[in-house]
Design a protein around this ligand. Structure first.
Ligand SMILES: Cc1cc2nc3c(=O)[nH]c(=O)nc-3n(C[C@H](O)[C@H](O)[C@H](O)COP(=O)(O)O)c2cc1C
Length: 313
């Protein structure tokens, strides 16, 4: 049993320490542990080139145009039975490096896309994808902030797990935490998160979320887009839509039955999203190939102005 700890914080800062506390918990529960600070890696932003989408749906497997440490990190993540990731809270949400990881997971780690790509490869008589890509996994998160701004961090973290459909076991947020090393409750929580991830990794199928119950009954988060002038709302993580009511003084969202298969973190929801994307990519490809009107419109913007870049020595 291997548990991987990832920190997006400064060298030997609060996040490094909290992840190490979680790893101590995991070790006490019998796991082998490994620690990586994400800021020591060379990880580039996703450029949106969609080489990965073309590769997956074109029978070429999982490819990426970027050459950096991402594949090394992904290999470590796939090898681990469970992961604990801690990030500083930046501007209410997670740190940029974690957003970048989430983008790099994007289409190329989407469980629906990977399932389809694996099938395409096998239908061509080729070897399928690395089976670790299609395996269930458990992951926990900690967001550590120096103030009381942090309403987006749990959403950002759950978003990383949603793409590969990894199960979130804990998704904790710690605020006013510059002196967290003196906070025994916070340290005990991190230690427990480490123990919880080992227990969850022992039986991934039956592992359950260990955090506080959120307003969304499907994904436990408290972040919604409320359609102005209505009680209609959409969960910012799972994408389910329903009506808000007030019951026993509490805001409650009710999702109609037919909405449930559309949740972004379910295979049926992913397949529907995949179909919608394939349709729209197809429309674009058709315009690029056959529409003079499209080509003329594109040229207008290309010819209008070129991007300014700094002079390099
Ligand atoms: C660019 C930046 C933005 C930050 N934004 C927030 C914030 O929105 N909310 C918050 O609670 N703390 C915020 N902080 C404080 C960091 O979360 C805090 O310094 C961090 O947890 C320290 O982690 P480390 O010791 O592991 O590096 C911010 C810090 C920086 C540098």
């Amino acid at each position: 049993m291997k548990i991987l700890g990832l920190s997006a914080g400064t060298n030997n800062g609060a996040n490094d320490s909290m992840v190490k506390e979680a790893l101590m918990g995991a070790q006490s529960a019998g796991a082998e542990v490994e620690f990586i600070n994400l800021l020591k890696l060379d990880i580039h932003h996703c450029t949106g080139c969609i080489a990965c989408v073309k590769g997956l749906f074109g029978g070429k497997g999982r490819i990426c145009s970027q050459k950096d440490d991402f594949l090394w990190l992904l290999d470590k993540m796939l090898d681990a039975d469970g992961i604990v990731l801690s990030s500083p809270i930046f501007e209410n949400g997670t740190a940029g490096i974690v957003h970048t990881l989430t983008d790099r997971f994007g289409p190329s780690m989407d469980r629906g896309n990977l399932t389809i790509a694996d099938k395409i490869l096998k239908e061509q008589g080729k070897e399928g994808l690395d089976p670790r890509l299609l395996k269930d996994k458990v992951i926990s998160f900690m967001g550590i902030g120096g103030s009381d701004w942090g309403e987006l961090v749990q959403l950002d973290h759950a978003m990383l797990a949603m793409t590969p459909m990894w199960k979130v076991i804990d998704n904790e947020k710690f605020q006013w935490s510059k002196t967290i090393l003196m906070d025994d409750d916070a340290l005990a929580k991190a230690h427990q998160i480490g123990i919880n991830i080992v227990e969850a990794a022992k039986d991934v199928e039956h592992a359950t979320y260990q955090g506080a119950e959120g307003v969304c009954p499907h994904c436990h988060l408290n972040n919604f887009y409320i359609y102005p002038g209505t009680t209609h709302a959409k969960c910012n993580l799972c994408g389910l839509e329903g009506e808000f009511t007030i019951e026993d003084g509490k805001m409650k969202i009710n999702y109609p039955e037919e909405e449930l298969p559309l949740a972004h973190d379910t295979m049926s929801g992913k397949m529907k999203h995949g179909d919608d994307i394939q349709y729209n990519e197809g429309r674009l490809a058709e315009l690029q190939k056959n529409s003079e009107e499209f080509k003329a419109r594109k040229k207008k913007y290309m010819d209008f102005i070129k991007p300014t870049v700094p002079a390099r020595a």
